[in-house]
Design a protein around this ligand. Structure first.
Ligand SMILES: [Zn+2]
Ligand SMILES: [Zn+2]
Ligand SMILES: [Zn+2]
Length: 260
């Protein structure tokens, strides 16, 4: 069999505060298992020789150092929440090395918010050394091309907020989601790997799936493998939760790498 050449690298699998949050004494946060330590949610996808980052949160610098990476071809942004965009300033280091201006793909609302969050990167006369971004608008549930690679944006609902997931070949990444509309579910057939939000076990959340809800979507979508991400300490210990999951379903953890 031909070796699979494409890879997803989990840079972070934690909820917005990471696991542990500062000062937390929850048992999961005190765990010795490295799989219970979670930086903010982000993945790097290596696909046909290109390197595509999905989301760029506050741990981006640390994640790139940890994986010994220094290159990004393009950035896909799911939505404008701080844990998904605030690391963009650190793309400076990537630019200084590669001299390639990073292209950022998202819907107009998210791109506008990036301008609001990093105004100094968009002024006419810029202070030397500030980052430069090339913002590219995309539409939900429409294919677009990144460095010659076809990517499908996925319209999903993060509570009341319409945001994006992304599908690249047999891989789909859907974080910070509560509802996947039927028209989007149709775009998720034949997946090898589905990565989907599962915040915690109990106590319903207005904008994130609980583990049970994520498992239901996982079954409905029927990817060969389903991995859960954007996890809080309330989901429980990696080792214990992993044992309870249906066949073909797993908790993602930081530094996990999967070929597809
Ligand atoms: Zn988030
Ligand atoms: Zn905690
Ligand atoms: Zn969010």
């Amino acid at each position: 069999m031909l070796e699979k050449e494409n890879e997803i690298i989990f840079l972070g699998t934690g909820t917005s505060q990471g696991v542990p949050p500062i000062g937390c004494t929850h048992p999961v946060c005190l765990s010795d298992d490295p799989r219970d330590k979670r930086l903010r949610a982000s993945v790097m996808i290596k696909y046909h020789g290109k390197t595509i980052l999905i989301d760029c949160g506050p741990d981006f610098r640390q994640q790139m150092l940890r994986e010994d990476m220094d290159y990004v071809d393009a950035i896909l942004v799911t939505h404008e929440h701080n844990d998904h965009i605030i690391g963009l300033d650190d793309m400076r280091a990537v630019y200084f090395k590669s001299h390639k201006v990073p292209v950022i793909y998202s819907i107009p609302r998210v791109l506008n918010d990036i301008k609001v969050r990093f105004p100094y990167a968009f002024t006419k006369f810029k202070y030397p050394g500030v980052p430069t971004f090339d913002l590219q608008e995309i539409e939900p549930n429409k294919p677009f091309f990144v460095e010659g690679i076809e990517v499908l944006s996925l319209h999903v609902l993060h509570g009341g907020l319409p945001i994006l997931g992304f599908r690249i070949g047999g891989l789909a990444y859907i974080t910070d989601v509560k509802i996947i509309p039927p028209e989007t579910l149709k775009l998720l057939e034949g997946l090898d790997i589905l990565v989907i939000d599962a915040l915690r076990q109990k106590k319903t959340h207005h904008s994130h799936l609980l583990l049970d809800e994520a498992i239901q979507y996982g079954k409905q979508i029927g990817a060969k493998q389903t991995y859960f991400t954007h996890i809080s300490h309330n989901l429980g210990f990696y080792k214990e939760v992993e044992k309870t999951l249906p066949e073909g379903m797993h908790l993602a953890y930081d530094q996990l790498r999967l070929k597809f």
